[in-house]
Design a protein around this ligand. Structure first.
Ligand code: PEP
Ligand code: MN
Length: 264
């Protein structure tokens, strides 16, 4: 299989327009859950850049559990992301939820995110596999490692080898946390696959207080990067405020992550 370590013994490095993921450095993707306004996004972008992030994250098309929740700014949000990239030089990673949006999102984003809910949307996987953009593939809500790696296989089979995996927690019997962050997936994937893997402690726990310890653990476990939600004012966030870091928290987390990464 194309994603397997057996097929490709050497660890892959995914180059996203000059930012290398999987080369031994920790790559940080941070930003708000959703793009809410140009001001909110630019403020978040400046903060995450100051904390050493290479990528700005932010959803324009949001896959919300309830149809009554904020669904994202869609095309308008993509323009704001492009503006934030122009102003900061950060790379942009944003989610694509539908086959018909892949082309337009590719004009604005440096990396396409396939979210947990679409990990087994096979037509979407094929479509991003045919695009030229690197893909961030999140683990499904209840996906085994084998199912996740098979999802990567769908993308790579279409000719796109630039796939980065993202552990974001799985559904278990535990309800204290939003999901159960499967830290062991980092070590398991490193053994099974040559693809880079990052960890998202924000969706993985659903609680901002747990983001710092889990980000530290992921770094020590050998993750190639982190995805974290940061909002200029989490209490006013239109989505996922409870798991979003304030600018101050984010700086502190980022500082610790870089210290731990030095020993790796
Ligand atoms: C996100 O990163 O914005 C997101 C919706 O995450 P997930 O797909 O992991 O739930
Ligand atoms: Mn979110």
């Amino acid at each position: 299989k194309l994603a397997s370590r057996e097929f490709h013994p050497q660890s892959s490095v995914v180059d996203v327009d000059g930012v290398k993921i999987g080369d031994g450095n920790i790559v940080i993707m941070a930003g708000p859950c959703a793009v809410e306004s140009l001001d909110q996004l630019l403020e978040a972008a400046k903060i995450v850049k100051a904390g050493g992030a290479q990528f700005l994250r932010g959803g324009a098309y949001k896959p919300r559990t309830s149809p009554y929740s904020f669904q994202g700014l869609k095309g308008e949000g993509l323009k704001y992301l492009a503006e934030a990239r122009n102003q900061t030089g950060l790379k942009v990673v944003t989610e694509v939820t539908a086959v018909e949006d892949v082309e337009s999102i590719s004009h604005y984003a440096d990396m396409l995110q396939v979210g947990a809910r679409n990990m087994q949307n096979f037509r979407l996987l094929k479509e991003v596999g045919q695009s030229k953009k690197p893909v961030l593939l999140k683990r499904g809500l209840a996906a085994t490692l084998e199912e996740w790696l098979n999802a990567a296989e769908y993308i790579m089979k279409e000719g796109n080898n630039d796939v980065v995996l993202c552990e974001r927690g799985i559904r278990t019997y535990e309800t204290y946390t939003r999901n159960t962050l499967d830290m062991s997936a980092v070590a398991a994937v490193k053994h099974l696959s040559h693809l880079p893997i990052i960890v998202d402690p924000s969706h993985g726990t659903g609680k901002w207080r747990m983001v710092r310890p889990m980000a530290f653990a992921a770094t020590a476990a050998g993750a190639d990067g982190l995805m974290m939600e940061v909002h200029p004012d989490p209490s006013k966030a239109l989505s996922d405020g409870q798991q979003s870091l304030t600018p101050e928290n984010y700086m502190e987390v980022s500082d610790g992550v870089h210290k731990i990464a030095k020993f790796m």
